[in-house]
Design a protein around this ligand. Structure first.
Ligand SMILES: *Cc1c(COP(=O)(O)O)cnc(C)c1O
Length: 361
């Protein structure tokens, strides 16, 4: 297999822009005349500090992050934020609202229960998480310290198409699989976080945008490394940050900027996912379990009525260069992830492949 004829539809870690990987390869042994690889640099060195600062500035610029919020580069994946959020924001005897619209939100809610009272504001498990609740369905607790939701449900292929209105209660959002695909009004958010490995970089770094005024009242048991205050005060460098992952993240953000920024990513995701949904909807064989209004722009989840036929599709797709198209083990079927770095051409070819497979079966 070669790169030119392979389209990697993996849900994460996922495809990265070829241009970014080429730059990284060219700079691998000698970064910018330093005589060393970024991997070998001290995180306190001038050369590395420049990479770090530029990456942070670029994220702030691209996403319009206001000065009320700090951009952090953390470790432990998106999953560590499931603990960090309640530890830092719940407060002693506090309570928080959670919308359970998928597996990751459920894990987050269960984690939060260890630290305070959790009000399940919505739960779509009765319909196997095939839809996003409407605003009117959210059972909000006015005393909640925050409202938590997962913007895009990577496994089930559903996505919030609106920002929940929670009055004065700030939002916390897992944007691991749809960060940098649309503008975000950070003034409504206490925390937005995303593991980089879906849409903006490699595994190893998690971007967290934290409202500074809400940091500093963590529970006394909060580990030093899980305190937003620690990381804000030390500019994500209390300890050694994931240096190389941050460098690649920086290259991806530069690529996004050069490709037209967030607006261009937004247009591209709508175009790519609608091509696939059209191919699925106009087929006899395939269908989407997710409700139409809740369909994800990022992870197109679909299937046939038969597990054997799904298996046949995976194999045929892979031998035509469309790899990692298997659905998550919790749901089976197929999943084509159309993140920022997936070229339109890959999606067009997959849509044709779906139509061809449908005709032949
Ligand atoms: C992948 C994913 C996670 C888990 O991320 P890790 O970095 O593996 O901990 C959490 N939330 C969402 C929405 C995801 O897609």
């Amino acid at each position: 297999m070669d790169r030119e004829t392979t389209y990697n539809f993996a849900a994460g870690p996922s495809t990265l822009p070829t241009a970014v990987l080429k730059t990284a390869a060219a700079e691998m042994l000698n970064y910018n005349g330093s005589g060393m690889s970024v991997m070998e640099m001290s995180h306190r060195s001038k050369a590395y500090k420049a990479i770090f600062d530029e990456t942070k500035e670029r994220f702030k610029r691209l996403m319009n992050v206001p000065d009320t919020h700090e951009v952090l580069f953390l470790q432990g994946g998106g999953s560590t934020q499931f603990s960090m959020i309640p530890l830092n924001l719940m407060g002693e005897g506090g309570c928080a609202d959670y919308a359970v619209t998928g597996n990751f939100a459920k894990i987050a809610a269960n984690e939060a229960k260890k630290y305070g009272k959790v009000n399940i504001a919505a739960d779509t498990s009765d319909c196997s998480h095939t839809r996003i609740p409407a605003q009117s369905e959210l059972a909000l607790d006015s005393g909640a310290r925050y409202f938590y939701y997962c913007a895009n449900n990577t496994i089930y292929g559903t996505e919030w198409k609106y920002t929940p209105d929670t009055g004065s209660v700030p939002l916390c959002c897992d944007m691991s699989s749809d960060i940098c695909t649309r503008p975000v009004d950070f003034s409504k958010y206490a925390v937005v976080f995303a593991g980089a490995q879906k849409n903006i970089g490699p595994a190893g770094v998690t971007v967290a945008v934290v409202k500074k005024s809400l940091a500093g009242s963590e529970l006394p048991c909060t580990p030093l490394m899980l305190s937003y205050k620690t990381m804000i005060d030390k500019d994500s460098m209390y300890n050694t940050p994931p240096c190389y992952s941050i460098y690649i993240l920086g290259l991806v953000l530069k690529w996004i900027e050069q490709s037209g920024g967030i607006e261009a990513m937004e247009r591209a995701k709508e175009k790519k996912s609608s091509l696939l949904y059209e191919a699925i909807d106009s087929s006899k064989l395939f269908y989407c379990p997710a409700e139409r209004e809740s369909r994800s722009w990022m992870n197109v989840v679909f299937r046939t009525e038969s597990a054997e036929l799904d298996e046949e599709f995976h194999k045929a797709a892979a031998s035509s260069g469309f790899v990692n198209i298997k659905g998550h083990r919790l749901v089976g079927g197929m999943r084509a992830s159309c993140y920022n770095a997936m070229p339109l051409e890959g999606v067009e070819r997959l849509a044709d492949f779906i139509a061809k497979f449908d005709k032949e079966h």
